[in-house]
Design a protein around this ligand. Structure first.
Ligand SMILES: CC(C)(COP(=O)(O)OP(=O)(O)OC[C@H]1O[C@@H](n2cnc3c(N)ncnc32)[C@H](O)[C@@H]1OP(=O)(O)O)[C@@H](O)C(=O)NCCC(=O)NCCS
Length: 170
């Protein structure tokens, strides 16, 4: 891994949420470009992003991290822990969003964000950690594979009208 001087991984501050919302939009744009079938954000969702991160920041089961390099934000991560009574394991962790600016990629910053999230998961006693990623997002596919994540569930989709056509033509 190439050496990066002074990467600081820390919790996000309230003043940084606009910048984080912007990175989240870049992440969504990247996903929409990776696979044309993925659901797109509406204007409303885009408008609510910053507010949603404000809420995450206040929740004790969520963690918003940033990676700082030379006083600039190079990337962020959102992690959430949830607890349920109807499944085992009962406490699970989700790596909901991660984004590293293009110029800072392949220097271990994404891995360091995940490593810090793991300390949070461990403190919350989460036993299983999951992530959802878009097929065709080669960065995401390579990154999660390198961290040992194995696919366990696949979301498949088609446009509504195409199903009937398919069945009646048989
Ligand atoms: C995915 C992402 C967060 C990775 O961040 P990063 O800081 O570059 O990750 P790291 O440097 O820690 O990479 C760790 C390992 O992951 C794998 N990896 C990372 N990027 C990869 C790529 N583009 N192709 C294949 N493998 C990749 C490699 O094994 C890498 O180790 P190496 O560089 O020694 O080969 C970053 O590429 C990104 O922000 N992409 C756009 C947004 C996105 O796709 N987010 C994930 C959504 S699920």
């Amino acid at each position: 891994v190439p050496y990066v001087e002074s990467v600081i991984i820390r919790k996000a501050e309230a003043t940084e949420l606009a910048e984080i919302a912007k990175m989240h939009l870049s992440l969504q744009e990247h996903l929409e470009n990776s696979n044309s079938s993925i659901w797109k954000y509406t204007k409303e969702r885009k408008r609510l992003l910053k507010q949603q991160y404000t809420e995450r920041l206040a929740e004790e089961n969520s963690l918003v991290l940033v990676a700082e390099v030379r006083a600039k934000i190079a990337g962020f991560l959102l992690a959430t822990v949830s607890s349920r009574t109807d499944y085992i394991p009962r406490i699970i962790g989700s790596l909901s969003s991660i984004y590293v600016h293009e110029n800072y990629r392949r220097r271990g910053i994404g891995s360091r964000l995940v490593r810090e999230a793991c300390r949070f998961f461990s403190a919350k006693k989460a036993e299983h950690i999951y992530v959802r990623y878009v097929l065709g997002n080669t960065e995401g596919e390579g990154f999660w594979e390198s961290l040992g994540f194995k696919p366990i569930l696949l979301t498949a989709g088609t446009i509504a009208s195409a199903i009937e056509n398919r069945i009646s033509s048989q």
